[in-house]
Design a protein around this ligand. Structure first.
Ligand code: SAH
Length: 462
């Protein structure tokens, strides 16, 4: 993030604008809505700028006025046609520790003017880092349509309620919890279009609920990686969470849904590396819940598939802590979707097998005879490191060397890779295509049905 968004209090502070043309007018149109003391240095001004001067909203100075004689401003806008003059101004501003904005001149710009949706005191500002003001404006128009006019009034009412709640709730954390609960349980559109007078009763209701609240744990599936594959329920629970305990494969954007003040605990396990034990993870979850917190235990994919959810559930049951499981899209489903494959087919496989390449004690054993059968299919999790082992076991049990294997790495993410391989070439192909991220091996599945195992067999027979 090169441009940090901040909302600056300019009330009774000086802001200067150099230039009196249309570019200066555009900057001033927002500035005059603030409570800043505005000084415009220009020899000619547009009629709008004149009007603002007549209303006393801006003070006009000559372009040649000795600006150094005035009290230092907090911000400077320069919108003059002469770029060298803007650069000179930028140098002076920077030498004096003042932030400057030059219209359409990157090298003289410390900050940008965002597109804004003004529902004061609620201001939504949209910046594009200077890449596309047009896109920022288009986004602004979308938000304009969504935010009712009375949003500002609603916000002011919340301000009053907050002030009254302060006395009731001394800790900042408990206040945040109430608000997260309130916004989690109410429809935002209803709040924004509702009567401000009813808000206080609703907030007090959330407060009462909170007092009765004991800690709870939600085992939540974060899906395979693509933010859009997260469930609405997972998003809501994250927004309300006091504590988020998360794994290695959970994406940043998903974590961003939680309140910044929530406690984030990383308990990811890196394959082949010493990391936090499952027993320690169970203990952390229980300890946080016992403190009355709403705990979200966030796991990649679906929590109940190779996610050791069983161990966490047992620990929670023994500790008599209420829990719920929120399913997520598992990696095999995402991989099949990416490869354009159906996991079941009416003709060939009437059941689906999700198997792991690794068990508690190294490579996982399976009923290899079943999976070596022509047409047998399985989605293998954690199979990359075990590929040679799986290949060997299947071949020993009579599998066809040309049995298709579709490899899907980083399914649903931008870095996704799909490789069409077969049993014979599996280890070499993993190496050749540099598969070292999380991947699913779709055994017996080919996304190109022309090369499916059944077809190959038919050819061999005829
Ligand atoms: N609970 C998870 C699985 C955890 S086991 C789920 O339901 O998806 C970790 C394994 O999942 C990885 O070794 C890999 O085989 C698979 N995996 C997780 N995310 C993946 C992704 N985006 N693409 C492909 N495989 C993935």
């Amino acid at each position: 993030m090169q441009f940090l968004p901040v909302h600056i209090d300019t009330a009774n502070k000086d802001v200067w604008v150099f230039g009196g043309g249309s570019a200066a007018e555009a900057k001033l149109r927002t500035l005059v809505k603030s409570k800043a003391n505005i000084r415009v240095f220009a020899d000619h001004q547009t009629s709008e700028i004149h009007r603002w001067a007549e209303k006393g909203r801006v003070v006009l100075e000559d372009a040649s006025a000795n600006f150094e004689a005035f009290p230092r401003p907090v911000l400077i806008y320069t919108a003059q046609p002469d770029e060298d003059l803007n650069l000179e101004m930028a140098k002076w501003a920077r030498d004096n520790g003042i932030l400057i904005n030059a219209a359409d001149q990157k090298n003289a710009c410390d900050f940008h003017s965002p597109a804004i949706v003004d529902r004061s005191p609620v201001i939504v500002s949209i910046g594009s880092g200077g890449t596309s003001p047009g896109l920022a404006r288009a986004l602004k128009n979308k938000i304009e349509q969504f935010l009712p006019d009375q949003t500002g009034r609603i916000a002011s009412s919340f301000g009053d309620i907050r002030a009254r709640l302060s006395a009731l709730l001394p800790s900042a954390d408990s206040k945040q919890k109430i608000w997260a609960q309130f916004f989690g349980n109410h429809d935002l559109e209803e709040i924004l279009s509702g009567a401000p007078s009813q808000l206080e009763a609703q907030v007090l209701e959330a407060l009462n609920q909170d007092e009765q609240q004991i800690g709870s744990v939600s085992l939540v599936g974060a899906g395979p990686g693509d933010f859009e594959l997260l469930t609405f329920k997972a998003a809501r629970l994250l927004e309300q969470a006091d504590v988020v305990i998360y794994d290695r494969l959970v994406g940043e954007r998903v974590l961003d849904l939680a309140r910044r003040e929530a406690k984030f605990i990383y308990v990811g396990k890196t394959p082949y590396k010493a990391s936090i034990s499952q027993a320690d993870i169970n203990e952390i979850i229980i300890e946080e819940a016992r403190q009355g917190h709403k705990v979200v235990r966030l796991k990649g994919g679906d929590p109940s598939i190779f996610g050791r959810a069983d161990e966490e559930i047992n620990a929670l049951r023994n500790a008599e802590i209420p829990y719920e499981i929120v399913p997520g899209i598992t990696a095999a489903a995402a991989s099949a979707a990416s490869a354009g494959i159906s996991l079941t087919t009416r003709e060939h496989n009437r059941s689906v097998t999700f198997m792991t390449g690794h068990g508690a004690k190294g490579y996982a054993e399976h009923d290899w005879k079943v999976f070596a059968e022509p047409g047998a299919r399985a989605a293998v999790y954690m199979g990359v490191g075990a590929a040679r082992f799986i290949q060997g076991r299947l071949l020993i049990h009579g599998a066809n060397k040309s049995k298709p294997v579709t490899i899907v790495e980083n399914a649903s993410l931008e870095t996704e890779k799909i490789v069409h391989s077969n049993l014979e070439n599996l280890p070499q192909d993993l190496e050749k295509y540099g598969i070292n991220g999380p991947a699913i091996l779709l055994l017996g599945y080919a996304s190109d049905f022309e090369i499916s195992e059944e077809k190959l067999r038919e050819k061999a027979v005829s």
